[in-house]
Design a protein around this ligand. Structure first.
Ligand SMILES: Cc1ncc(COP(=O)(O)O)c(C=O)c1O
Length: 278
């Protein structure tokens, strides 16, 4: 059971939409009211830091994605201030984080994510009682999946033969592949094709993203955004699950993998809801 008593996310049978003979279960992390898989990682990272360090009063992160929204929401719940640095022109999620009570500071658009990270670093150094989350290198990020997502899947389905998850920070894949190591599970990552973008996902970058260093031995499938969207819509039509673009990418990759299998169980992670993009 997840440390905060949070309800388990559903594991939904999507076999028919996948078109193969392997049984495919989707771990659906997006709630219709806008939650995402980052709700678990952020809350876990913050609670863990609060256990390890006394006197934390504010949490800082450079993010304009799901992490920003989750951080705003977790901070509210835990009585902390949330301070987000986002590159100028960031979309609706930064706005949503602001609505949830976070202070959102826009950094020059031309400086990109690196600029936002630098400002976050500076702010963390100058504010006592602040915690800079650093989700891309925070070891509690994969740990959240070792402690909650993995056990939930195991409890409901047993160890899967195949596990498919998109790679952003790499926390989901690192945590789940670690959890199912020794269970005979093949863990496969999903990333956007070179030169394309799928929100929440990125290509493996072991030099730039510390959590990616642990993923270099795993197979990774590349998906282009059009195919991801085609699969996102197919899943919605055939199962009723309204998931986001990275879920479409994961479904596309899973559909390819299950073709070669005549039995067994696959689990595919759907990180968020399609509503987060409309
Ligand atoms: C929509 C979406 N999908 C997938 C991911 C990837 O998750 P992780 O960071 O655990 O690799 C993210 C992370 O930001 C995300 O926002």
């Amino acid at each position: 059971v997840y440390a905060s008593g949070r309800a388990r996310t559903p594991l939904v049978d999507v076999t028919e939409a996948m078109g193969g003979r392997m049984r495919v279960l989707a771990k659906v992390e997006g709630t219709p009211d806008g939650g995402s898989i980052k709700d678990r990682t952020v809350e876990y990272m913050v609670r863990r830091a609060m256990k390890e360090h006394e006197g934390i009063s504010a949490v800082i992160e450079a993010s304009s994605g799901n992490t920003a929204v989750s951080l705003a929401s977790a901070a509210g719940k835990l009585g902390l201030e949330a301070l987000l640095f986002v590159p100028g022109g960031s979309g609706i999620k930064a706005e949503r984080a602001r609505e949830l009570g976070a202070a959102v500071v826009e950094t020059p658009a031309g400086e990109g994510t690196a600029g936002a990270q630098l400002r976050a670093e500076e702010a963390a150094l100058s504010m006592s009682g602040s915690l800079y989350l650093r989700q891309h290198s925070n070891r509690a990020n994969p740990m959240a999946h070792l402690r909650s997502t993995g056990p939930e899947i195991l409890h409901e389905a047993g160890p899967p033969d195949l596990l498919v998850a998109g790679i952003g920070t790499g926390g989901t894949l690192a945590g789940l592949s670690g959890f199912f190591r020794g269970h005979g599970t093949l863990s496969v990552g999903v990333c956007p094709e070179t030169g394309t973008e799928i929100p929440g996902l990125r290509r493996l970058d072991p030099e730039g993203v510390p959590i990616h260093r642990g993923l270099s031995l795993l197979p990774v499938l590349e998906v282009d955004p059009d195919r991801a969207e085609w699969w996102r819509r197919r899943v919605r039509r055939l199962t009723g699950i309204d998931a986001g673009p990275s879920s479409g990418a994961a479904a596309a990759a899973a559909s390819e993998l299950v073709l070669g299998c005549s039995s067994g169980i696959a689990v595919v992670v759907f990180p968020d809801h399609g509503r987060n993009y409309r």
